[in-house]
Design a protein around this ligand. Structure first.
Ligand SMILES: Nc1ncnc2c1ncn2[C@@H]1O[C@H](COP(=O)(O)OP(=O)(O)O)[C@@H](O)[C@H]1O
Ligand SMILES: [Mg+2]
Length: 334
């Protein structure tokens, strides 16, 4: 795997005006591979913006370094920055200029000009789907449209690497969907490498090839989603909705005895279910097994033998929320 970004003991301690210190980022080491979407996932205040700001050269580290395509961001900032586009958390555009004028302005800042710039602005406007509104002032745009222009600015100079700092915060679901699809499209169609920060587990789960979990400035987990979830839960959970009439403790004993890998079952009689609206007659059976999908056919066969009807089955894959909870004892949402 070719490495696009390498962080070596990257650290930041802020000094408050009263002289006290905030260790916002503590010796982070990680690599981001070419062509992947890497999510930095962590709650508010974890140090995501500080990390991405150091990687993109906006603020100086107080320790360690970041290497972009092999170039040190502290020692060779120009070479490193040429490879990257940065989309900040806060939209930074000129409200009284049109979308097109904004793109032209930022393109010139990147050193682009003439017909090359004009052509690129056309391409970017089409990509962010704002060709129709290009002549309108930014001040007339919705939050989601501003975000899209902001993304367009980051793409102008055709970077290989894109940094996106919580690009969906504060926008409506429709625009959120567009942003997420855009991120995947940039990887899949343009081979771009993307570092995406978020505090939302679902986004990291949908987008990421690999994930780094950050909490209190420390990288507490790093890997593919499969690697991370495997670390915390060695058992799958299978939720059945069954007709409870045939259930008995003998059946429970038989399941535990005959199904390989099944360690535990929990039975909740009808009326104790939480989300089975309109299906009050159904009981909930939860099974825990080392390999849920392998245990499933045996469980269903034994239930059917005993005359217990199975209405629905769901194998619950462990998720990143479970990883965060296991590592910190807290929910990501808090
Ligand atoms: N300029 C600053 N001066 C002092 N403390 C800061 C500054 N910027 C951020 N912090 C603190 O550093 C920590 C990490 O902040 P940040 O990187 O913004 O986290 P996140 O982006 O994950 O929400 C927080 O405790 C925050 O209050
Ligand atoms: Mg932030």
């Amino acid at each position: 795997m070719d490495t696009m970004v390498k962080l070596r003991d990257l650290s930041k301690t802020y000094r408050r005006s009263d002289g006290s210190a905030v260790e916002a980022v503590k010796q982070i080491n990680l690599e981001i591979y070419k062509g992947e979407i890497f999510s930095l996932l962590g709650p508010n205040g974890a140090g995501k913006t500080t990390t991405i700001s150091m990687m993109s050269g906006l603020i100086a580290p107080t320790g360690g370094d970041a290497f972009i395509g092999g170039h040190s961001i502290t020692k060779e900032p120009m070479a490193a920055k040429r490879l990257m586009g940065f989309i900040p958390q806060e939209v930074a555009l000129y409200p009284e200029l049109s979308a097109r004028r904004n793109l032209l302005f930022f393109g010139k800042m990147y050193g682009m000009h003439g017909s090359d710039l004009n052509k690129r602005v056309d391409e970017v406007l089409a990509f962010i789907d704002l060709t129709d509104r290009q002549k309108d002032k930014i001040s007339t745009f919705s939050g989601g449209m501003k975000r899209r222009v902001n993304i367009g600015v980051g793409l102008l100079h055709r970077p290989e690497l894109l940094f996106m700092d919580e690009p969906t915060v504060g926008i409506d679901p429709q625009n959120r969907r567009r942003v997420l699809d855009t991120v995947k499209q940039l990887r899949d169609e343009y081979g771009m490498t993307i570092l995406y920060t978020t505090h939302m587990m679902e986004e990291a789960q949908e987008l990421s090839d690999r994930v780094g979990i950050i909490d209190h400035g420390e990288l507490i987990a790093l890997g593919t989603q499969g690697e991370l979830t495997q670390q915390v839960r060695e058992e799958d959970q299978i939720d059945f909705a069954i007709d409870g009439r045939g259930w008995s403790s003998e059946l429970e004993a038989r399941l535990l005895q005959e199904v390989p890998g099944l360690t535990r079952v929990a039975y909740a009689p009808p009326g104790h279910g939480d989300d089975s609206a309109g299906e009050e007659s159904l009981a909930a059976l939860t099974a825990f097994a080392a390999r849920g999908r392998q245990a499933l056919p045996d469980i269903i066969r034994i239930l059917n033998d005993a005359g217990v009807e199975v209405h629905s089955v769901k194998v619950r894959e462990p998720d990143l929320e479970a990883v965060f909870l296991a590592l910190t004892g807290r929910a990501l949402r808090d």
